[in-house]
Design a protein around this ligand. Structure first.
Ligand SMILES: [Zn+2]
Length: 335
C-alpha cells in the first residue's frame, strides 16, 4: 500500500509505515489444527535494512509545515504494545514462513519473478505466485511476451501488485490496456492498488502519487472493456467507501482486500470500513490480506483484527479469512 521505499531501485508498492514497532502472541492459536487462512497480499521481500520497529494502527496523522524539515511520514510517533519488530539480518523470509506455518496461512506473494521464486523454493505449498507488468525501475514495464510466459508457462497465478496510482496513472489508461487484455485472455485475476497512500506525506515521498487515481470508479472503463476480468481491489479503495460500494454493486467479479489498511489506520476507522463493506452486503467479496513486508509479526497481528471483530459472525470471519479468497483464486476447497 502506502508509499514506496527505495531499495536498490526496487519500489515497494505497499506499506512502509515507519511509525514508531517480538512479536508477542497476539491471540493466535498454534498447531496443525488451526483453520486455514489465505493472505492475498504479501510482498516477496527480503531484508530491508535500516527500518525500525512499528506501531500498528497509529491513532492519527500530524500536520507539518513546509518551512521546516518534514519527516517523510505523517503518522504521529507513539508508543504501543506490542510493537512489531523487523527480523534479524538474513532471517526475514524464514521468519515470515514460520509464521505462515504456525498460523496455517497460504499467501499470494507478489514481486519480480526471481524474488518470488525464492519464496516458492522455501515453501512451495504455502506460496501462490504473483507478478505484474510494472518493471523494477519506476515507470518501466515488463515486455508483454515475458509476462505471457510468466503466466502461461511459469506458473504465476495472479497479476499484481499493479501500483499505477504511484505513477499518477488510472487503471483504465489505454497505455496499460494490453496487460489487462492478456490477463483476461489467460483468465488470470489482477490485483490493483487502489486507495491508500496514506503516509501523510505523499506529496513529499512520492510526488507522482495521486489520491484521485485510487478512486475505485476509475476501474469501470477497464471492466467494461474486459467483462471477464477478475479484479482484486487492493486496500479496498480506502477511504472511498461510497465509490467502492458502487463498484461492487455494479460488478460481481470485483473483490477487495483489506491489506495495509487493516494495520495502518486508526483501529476504530478500520473496523468501521470493514463493517460497512459487510453491512452493505459484500461479505463474500472481502478478502484478508496483510501487505506483509518488513515485520514478520504483522500477519498474526492483522489476523487478530478480523478474529476480534465483534461485528462479524464466525462464518463471516471464515469467509474473510479464507473462503472468499479460495473462491476468487479458484482453489479447490472452501472451509
Ligand atoms: Zn498497495
Amino acid at each position: 500500500m502506502l508509499l514506496g521505499i527505495a531499495k536498490s531501485g526496487f519500489r515497494i508498492m505497499c506499506a512502509a509505515v515507519l511509525m514508531s514497532a517480538s512479536v508477542v502472541a497476539v491471540g493466535q492459536n498454534t498447531g496443525t489444527d488451526v483453520p486455514p487462512v489465505i493472505d492475498v497480499h504479501v510482498h516477496a521481500m527480503d531484508d530491508v535494512p535500516g527500518i525500525g520497529p512499528m506501531c500498528p494502527n497509529t491513532s492519527k496523522f500530524i500536520a507539518s509545515d513546509p518551512r521546516t524539515k518534514e519527516a517523510p511520514f505523517g503518522w504521529v510517533q507513539e508508543e504501543c504494545t506490542p510493537k512489531l519488530y523487523p527480523a534479524a539480518k538474513g532471517e526475514y523470509i524464514k521468519d515470515v514462513l514460520a509464521e505462515m506455518e504456525r498460523l496455517n496461512v497460504t499467501a499470494v506473494v507478489f514481486g519480480d519473478p526471481k524474488s518470488v521464486q525464492k519464496w516458492i523454493e522455501a515453501a512451495p505449498k504455502r506460496v501462490i505466485p504473483g507478478t505484474s507488468f510494472l518493471g523494477m525501475q519506476p515507470g518501466s514495464r515488463v515486455p508483454l511476451d515475458e509476462l505471457r510466459k510468466d503466466f502461461a508457462q511459469d506458473g504465476f497465478k495472479v497479476m499484481g501488485e499493479i501500483g499505477l496510482q504511484y505513477e499518477g496513472i488510472s487503471p483504465s489508461d489505454p497505455s496499460v490496456d494490453k496487460y489487462f487484455a492478456l490477463a483476461e485472455e489467460l483468465d488470470i485475476p489482477v490485483a490493483i492498488h487502489m486507495g491508500t497512500g496514506g503516509s501523510g506525506r505523499a506529496n513529499i515521498t512520492t510526488p507522482k502519487f495521486r489520491g484521485s487515481m485510487g478512486d475505485p470508479l476509475l476501474l469501470e472503463e477497464l471492466l467494461a472493456r474486459h467483462p471477464k476480468l477478475r479484479v482484486q481491489v487492493m486496500h479496498a479503495g480506502y477511504p472511498m467507501i461510497d465509490n467502492m460500494l458502487t463498484l461492487l454493486q455494479a460488478n460481481s467479479h470485483v473483490y477487495v482486500d483489506v491489506a495495509g489498511l487493516i494495520w495502518s489506520y486508526p483501529l476504530k476507522e478500520v473496523n468501521r470500513y470493514i463493517e460497512r463493506l459487510v453491512d452493505a452486503g459484500f461479505e463474500d467479496r472481502v478478502m484478508f490480506g496483510t501487505d506483509q513486508l518488513i515485520w514478520p509479526g504483522l500477519m498474526a497481528y492483522s489476523i487478530s483484527i478480523i478474529q476480534n471483530a465483534d461485528y462479524l459472525t464466525p462464518e463471516q470471519k471464515r469467509d474473510i479469512l479464507y473462503n472468499n479468497a479460495a473462491r476468487f483464486l479458484r482453489l479447490d476447497t472452501a472451509m
